[in-house]
Design a protein around this ligand. Structure first.
Ligand SMILES: [Mn+2]
Length: 336
C-alpha cells in the first residue's frame, strides 16, 4: 500500500490525533499516553452517554491533526499570538486504546483503572484518560498515588479539579459512596493528599450541600468560581490552582469536566450548566496548564456525544487536549 498523501480526518485508524496505537507494555518513558475509559456506570442522577465520549474525542482530534499535516512544513503560526508550532518528527504521544471496563462491576472497573494508571506513572509516562463519567477520577487518582509511591518514598500528591461541580459529596442518598458526585471526596481520603493541595476551578451554582459547606468553612477549601474567573481572569485562576496543588507535593493530578464550560458552548454533557466558563477561557486554561511538568496524570470527563449532534463538545475537548499536550506534539519554532 502506498503512503497516503492526504491525511484527511475521515481516513485511517482513528486513534487520538492519529498517534501510534501501542500495547500498554510498550510505552516509552517521557511519552504522553492516551487511554479511553468508556464507562458511565458511575453516573448518579443525570443523563448517561459518556461511555461514547472516548471515541467521539478521538474522532474529533483527527481534524486538528489533518490541519497541522496539511500546513506547509507542518508548521502553523497562531494569528493572534504569532507563535509558530511545527509537528514533531516523532510525536511523543501514543494511544493504548481503552482500559478494560466491566459494566456490571464498578469495583472491578476501578481496579482496572488504578492498575493501568499506576503502571503508566511508574514507567514515567503521562497518562491521559478520556472519560467516561467523572467517577473515574477516583480510581485514576489512586493509580497516580501508587505509581508515584514506587518512584519516591513518602510522596505527596495534589489535585486540580476543573469542573462546574465539586464532586465532593460523601454519598448520595440511595446511591452510595462511589459515583461521579463523590470522586473528589473519595480521593481526598487518601493519606498522600491534604485539603490544602486540592483546588477547584470553575464552580458555579448551588453546588455546596451543607456538609461540603461546613468543610469549606472549617478547612478553607480552595474553590475558585466561574465569577472569580470573570473578575480575575482565567490565567490568575489557573496559576492560583496549580500553585496550591503543587505546594510541597511531588505530583499533581489534573481532572477536567467538560461541563465547566457553559452549556451554550458545550451541550454534549449530562448536566446542563448556565453559569459556566467560555470555550475561549477553557482553551486558555489548557494552554497555561501545558507548561506545568508537575502534572503527572490527566483526565477529561463527561463528554456525552448523544446530547450534541453538532459534535462541538467533542471538538472542544479534543482541541483542549491537543493544546494541553502541545509540548508532546509540537516544536515551538520561529515564525520566520
Ligand atoms: Mn465532575
Amino acid at each position: 500500500m502506498k503512503k497516503a498523501e492526504l491525511i484527511a480526518p475521515h481516513t485511517g485508524i482513528p486513534s487520538f490525533y492519529k498517534a501510534p496505537v501501542v500495547d500498554i507494555d510498550k510505552v516509552q518513558k517521557g511519552d504522553a499516553v492516551i487511554a479511553g475509559v468508556p464507562m458511565d456506570h458511575g453516573i448518579v442522577l443525570t443523563r448517561t452517554g459518556t461511555r461514547y465520549g472516548p471515541r467521539a474525542i478521538r474522532e474529533a482530534s483527527l481534524f486538528y491533526r489533518a490541519v497541522q499535516e496539511g500546513a506547509s512544513e507542518k508548521t502553523s503560526v497562531n494569528v493572534q499570538t504569532k507563535k509558530a508550532q511545527r509537528l514533531k518528527e516523532r510525536i511523543k504521544l501514543v494511544d493504548v486504546g481503552d482500559i478494560p471496563i466491566y459494566p456490571q462491576d464498578i469495583e472491578k472497573t476501578s481496579e482496572s483503572i488504578t492498575e493501568d494508571v499506576a503502571f503508566l506513572v511508574e514507567n514515567e509516562t503521562l497518562p491521559v484518560l478520556l472519560g467516561g463519567d467523572h467517577y473515574i477520577t477516583y480510581p485514576a487518582f489512586e493509580g497516580l498515588c501508587k505509581g508515584v509511591s514506587v518512584l519516591k518514598n513518602n510522596a505527596k500528591v495534589g489535585h486540580i479539579h476543573i469542573d462546574s461541580h465539586t464532586d465532593f459529596r460523601d454519598s448520595y442518598a440511595g446511591l452510595g459512596k462511589f459515583n461521579h458526585g463523590t470522586s473528589v471526596r473519595r480521593l481526598s481520603e487518601n493519606p498522600m493528599i491534604e485539603y490544602k493541595n486540592i483546588a477547584w476551578v470553575g464552580l458555579n451554582g448551588n453546588v455546596l450541600d451543607s456538609d461540603i459547606y461546613n468543610i469549606y468553612k472549617k478547612e478553607g477549601l480552595r474553590m475558585i468560581t466561574s465569577d472569580d474567573i470573570v473578575d480575575k481572569g482565567i490565567e490568575s485562576a489557573i496559576v492560583e490552582a496549580v500553585e496550591a496543588a503543587a505546594d510541597g507535593t511531588d505530583a499533581v493530578y489534573l481532572s477536567i469536566d467538560i461541563d465547566v464550560v457553559d452549556t451554550a458552548y458545550a451541550p454534549g454533557t449530562g448536566i446542563p450548566v448556565f453559569e459556566g466558563i467560555t470555550s475561549k477561557d477553557f482553551l486558555i486554561a489548557t494552554e497555561i496548564l501545558s507548561k506545568y511538568k508537575i502534572i503527572k496524570a490527566i483526565d477529561l470527563c463527561e463528554v456525552s456525544p448523544p446530547f450534541d449532534p453538532s459534535e462541538r463538545t467533542a471538538y472542544l475537548a479534543a482541541n483542549g487536549l491537543v493544546t494541553l499536550l502541545s509540548p508532546y506534539i509540537f516544536d515551538v519554532v520561529d515564525a520566520e
